[in-house]
Design a protein around this ligand. Structure first.
Ligand SMILES: NC(=O)C1=CN([C@@H]2O[C@H](COP(=O)(O)OP(=O)(O)OC[C@H]3O[C@@H](n4cnc5c(N)ncnc54)[C@H](OP(=O)(O)O)[C@@H]3O)[C@@H](O)[C@H]2O)C=CC1
Ligand SMILES: CC(=O)N[C@@H](CCC(=O)OP(=O)(O)O)C(=O)O
Length: 330
């Protein structure tokens, strides 16, 4: 039987280009189209040479592949996802348009939803925590990069209901902001600098709270993101005040039980760094119990464009199409 066809929409963007790069070499999918607007007519490997994908970027029309990875900004994604779903195309959406389950929360943080008729149909695509639901889904909402690292770091504690309070500090490389440079992400502002942003509230906060709640730990989180002078990479540090006294043996058991068999989670004893997961689908996690304060500090490192976006989308596609979860990703 022929391999399922997959189109990448928004392949001239950072995340879309990497999704195309992975899918072009994937043994079980055929990359059937890569789309763009301004750069339509150019080859993807001219626009993004590192991808080595010699396919011509086309304007999106009425492509009907078996599946699509939609790599548009939030708001722009929803109507196109609705169109694709109406034609029976299975979708992994990289934007935030189908991640939240409460419509009012979405509208408060993102503005009015552009495809309300299918709002709420997306399955939250964090495979380590939601594998079975992803496997049966036709519409997967790929998580945001900060929520990916924060939730993977916190899940063992959340599943045990141990998070009483948590402060989350996330540091991201500049590619997290996408291809369009702004005054803040311009080289001149970002180089040799570390700076917090969205200190009044980042839109990933409700996403993290929603998924911690789904794990059985309702908690109001404090989240502050920082821009750091890296191209790719993200380190999320979570300072947890537990609901009761815990010791290192208990924490160790929780992390080992949840992640011992996970192909893309690397538990480490010492500090983790973003360079160790660069251009991979791995999430490296370490934790530290501080008996002086009683807090548990969890560190999680990912590549924002890979596990935080494009390679996680392929991990989700693998599950949706019954392929081995690691295929094309190691
Ligand atoms: N960068 C990251 O670390 C992460 C990104 N994401 C999400 O993934 C998605 C893509 O992000 P990223 O690749 O970084 O973004 P980019 O800005 O690099 O790329 C987005 C692409 O979307 C296309 N686009 C923009 N507006 C529209 C529109 N109105 N209609 C159709 N196409 C449009 C653009 O295509 P063209 O150039 O052809 O106009 C552009 O290439 C976003 O939803 C983002 O939030 C999620 C997690 C992490
Ligand atoms: C450094 C930087 O700007 N990062 C982005 C996160 C990108 C991401 O995960 O995006 P979505 O949730 O929008 O898909 C930001 O903070 O907006």
């Amino acid at each position: 039987m022929a391999n399922p066809t997959v189109a990448v929409l928004g392949a001239a963007g950072y995340a879309g280009a990497i999704a195309a790069q992975i899918l072009y070499r994937h043994p079980s999918f055929e990359l059937s189209a890569v789309t763009a607007r301004a750069e339509a007519g150019q080859r993807l490997d001219d626009v993004h040479p590192k991808t080595r994908v010699p396919l011509e970027l086309e304007l999106y029309k009425d492509h009907t592949p078996d599946a699509a990875v939609v790599a548009y900004p939030h708001g722009a994604a929803a109507p196109v996802v609705a169109e694709l779903r109406a034609r029976g195309v299975r979708v992994v959406d990289l934007s935030a348009d189908f991640r939240l389950r409460d419509r009012t929360t979405y509208d408060d943080w993102y503005g009015e939803h552009k495809a309300p008729e299918i709002f709420g149909q997306g399955v939250y695509g964090l495979p380590e925590l939601n594998r079975d639901a992803v496997a049966g889904s036709d519409l997967v909402a790929n998580p945001g990069c900060y929520p990916t690292a924060a939730l993977l770091g916190l899940a063992p504690l959340a599943k045990a209901g141990l998070i009483g309070d948590v402060i989350i500090d996330g540091k991201s490389g500049v590619s997290g902001a996408g291809r369009g440079a702004t005054a803040t992400t311009h080289f001149i502002s970002a180089d040799e600098n570390v700076s917090p942003y969205k200190i009044e509230g980042h839109r990933h906060t409700p996403e993290i709270e929603q998924e911690l709640g789904a794990l059985g730990n309702d908690v109001t989180v404090t989240f502050t993101p920082y821009l750091v002078p890296l191209a790719q990479g993200e380190l999320v540090t979570s300072y947890v005040t537990p609901t009761r006294d815990v010791d290192a043996d208990e924490i160790s058991e929780l992390f080992d039980d949840l992640y011992g068999a996970e192909p893309f989670i690397e538990l480490r004893r010492g500090p983790v760094g973003v360079i160790d997961v660069r251009d991979t689908n791995y999430c490296r996690i370490s934790w530290h119990h501080d008996p002086r304060t009683g807090r548990v500090i969890v560190f999680a490192a990912i590549d924002n464009l890979w596990k935080g976006a494009a390679s996680q989308a392929v991990q989700n596609l693998n599950l949706m199409f019954g392929r081995p979860e690691t295929e094309g990703l190691r």
